[in-house]
Design a protein around this ligand. Structure first.
Ligand SMILES: [Zn+2]
Length: 234
């Protein structure tokens, strides 16, 4: 079992150049440390505030995240080398007959870890979510052809009636999510109906991202994205 483990290091603040101690969470077990789940979702796990100047520094480092209750293991590989190692390790776990984990993923950035954890909290299938992103990118292109969209991050927001709506934060600058695009209420279930029988169960690919979704559509030309918009711009 993976236990929570921290690594303390001295680090020079990139802003005021004073040295202070930072804590890296190299292993996170949210069954024994439930507070760390929220910190993974908000990104606080990868932030450190300088005690001298008060400015916040964002860090990216290798992190093993596990939720034994939900049988999740998500590995954050912050370098190309660690990412490759994690992917091949997860593939060996995926080949096992009696898996200890049902959800095995490798990600390369803290915001991707946050997204996976949040998706699991809301029982959203990350493969369906990645396909939904491609549909949203298409819808945005139609609506705002000049807008540069660097990425979409799964999130939830309350609508005017207080209902939680699934959707995406739009990233159009580095680390900046500028606005929230809600999905139509039925968008996810529509995509689930369309793709459920075509998905691998259990999944055999530990990296589920936008490239995975693009490859998936390429290899399933019989099931293109539904033509109707998935964004709710009403
Ligand atoms: Zn500082």
């Amino acid at each position: 079992m993976i236990e929570t483990r921290t690594d303390k290091q001295n680090s020079a603040c990139p802003f005021c150049h004073e040295t202070h101690e930072i804590t890296l969470y190299t292993q996170v077990n949210v069954m024994s440390d439930p507070d760390l789940k929220e910190q993974a979702i908000t990104g606080k796990l990868f932030e450190t505030e300088c005690p001298h100047c008060g400015r916040v520094q964002y860090m990216t480092y290798d992190c093993l995240y596990t939720d034994p209750l939900k049988k999740e293991l998500i590995l954050l590989g912050s370098t190309e080398k660690s990412m490759a190692e994690f992917v091949s390790y997860l593939r060996t776990l995926m080949d096992q007959q009696t898996p200890e984990y049902e959800f095995l993923r490798a990600v390369e950035a803290p915001e991707q870890l946050a997204e996976k954890v949040l998706e699991k909290e809301y029982d959203a299938d990350d493969r369906i979510v990645e396909l939904a992103k491609l549909a949203v990118v298409r819808d945005l292109k139609k609506e705002e052809p000049d807008r540069k969209v660097l990425g979409l991050i799964y999130n939830l927001a309350r609508d005017d009636c207080g209902r939680e709506a699934e959707g995406f934060m739009v990233v159009d600058g580095h680390h900046i999510a500028s606005d929230f695009v809600p999905l139509k209420q039925n968008a996810i279930s529509l995509l689930e109906d369309r793709y459920r029988s075509l998905l691998n169960n259990p999944e055999t690919d530990p990296v589920i991202d936008r490239k995975w979704a693009a490859r998936f559509l390429e290899t399933h030309p019989q099931a293109p994205l539904p033509e109707e918009p998935v964004m709710d711009r009403s």
